[in-house]
Design a protein around this ligand. Structure first.
Ligand code: TRP
Length: 353
């Protein structure tokens, strides 16, 4: 993908990510990746191009990968985690379908790893209440929350997320831009723990996806809970229907201009990502075919690119016994790692062992 003069200036996090990317391919054995998802709904194309695809690439480079099903984190913006089993199984199917290999990658859910959760207590002591209140991602989530009162977990989950990352001494975290404040919290927790007690934790780096942000079909942020996304497991007809209903504009001439034409440009981008091509070129080819022509191109590109993933997903769905076993095995491994880290932490803190 080419950068144009319209693109925003490169931030330090993006620059750091590019350096990391090089080191990862040169020396994959030095790195341990941790990343995860909340089981609140089906993973969608935004997740795929933003982070899921990257996980598989890292796994295939030979980096050790941990993938977390962040079940406790569901309770940050709602009172009850609804249809949890269904959502957890959906995530597992998505992971397997995109090529996560449980023989190389540890998949676990954090409520099944008690020692990980226990790290939250010492970690909370390292962060001030004022710092918790300043987190921009938390503020945004509070603005979109469906709860009448903001819970303590909303303010503290970024510290819990530090435990998610640090229990396995993850040093690379592939995430989207919205997670950067949380990664800063993790780095702060690691640094302060090391200064106050003993050198136990790495200060992990974010690995940002090179793909620009995809919008939902309503031209706002694509989100599991906003009903504007195309799920990885969606069928070809459902995909066609969702794209047909997507927001565009009245200009028949299709261009890639994210700032001025968010709806049209996000569709162009989706086609370009699926085709592995430059969005400006894809837009130029569609030219004067209007929104209908654009939507035909996008639908075909998505359905072609996703067909093998959807086929594998359907196959795994026939064998849910195996799918659940993947999580049980991952949890066993995550527990062993978490217990070893907790022991180190308690020792560093001078607790009775
Ligand atoms: N906060 C992430 C999300 O909303 C999920 C998550 C939980 C996570 N723990 C993590 C991501 C640790 C990266 C690392 O999608």
């Amino acid at each position: 993908m080419t950068l144009t003069t319209d693109d925003p200036p490169v931030s330090p996090a993006v620059r750091r990510s590019a350096e990391l990317e090089q080191q990862l391919s040169l020396d994959p054995g030095r790195f341990r990746v941790l990343t995860g998802d909340r089981p609140t709904g089906a993973l969608h194309l935004g997740h795929y191009f933003g982070t899921l695809h990257n996980r598989v690439r890292l796994q295939d480079l030979g980096v050790e990968v941990f993938v977390l099903v962040a079940d406790y984190q569901v309770l940050t913006d709602r009172d009850v985690a609804e249809r949890l089993t269904e959502h957890v199984e959906g995530l597992l199917l998505d992971y397997l379908a995109i090529g996560i290999d449980p023989a190389r990658t540890t998949v676990f859910n954090h409520s099944a790893v008690p020692a990980l959760n226990q790290l939250l207590l010492p970690f909370l002591s390292l962060v001030s209440v004022a710092e918790l209140g300043r987190n921009p991602t938390v503020k945004d989530e509070i603005a979109h929350s469906r709860q009448s009162a903001v819970s303590g977990l909303m303010y503290t989950y970024p510290v819990h997320q530090a435990a998610d990352i640090l229990f396995c001494k993850g040093n690379v975290v592939p995430v989207g831009q919205d997670q950067l404040p949380h990664l800063e919290v993790t780095r702060t927790v690691a640094r302060r723990f090391n200064e106050r007690y003993a050198e136990v934790f790495p200060e992990p780096d974010a690995l940002l996806s090179a793909a620009p942000l995809l919008l939902g079909t309503d031209a706002t942020k694509m989100s599991k809970s906003r009903n504007n996304s195309i799920a990885l497991g969606a069928g070809a007809d459902e995909t066609a229907r969702l794209i047909k209903g997507a927001t565009t504009d009245a200009d028949r001439h299709i261009t890639y201009d994210p700032a001025r034409r968010p709806g049209v440009s996000s569709l162009v981008l989706l086609a370009a990502l699926c085709l592995g091509r430059d969005p400006h070129e894809v837009a130029a080819e569609i030219g004067n075919s209007g929104a209908a022509g654009l939507k035909r191109t996008v639908t075909e590109a998505v359905n072609t690119r996703m067909a093998p993933i959807r086929a594998r997903r359907a196959e795994y769905a026939q064998d849910m016994g195996y799918v659940r076993e993947v999580l049980r095995t991952g949890n066993e491994r995550a527990n062993a790692v978490a217990e070893a880290t907790l022991r180190e932490v308690r020792e560093a803190m001078g607790m009775f062992l």
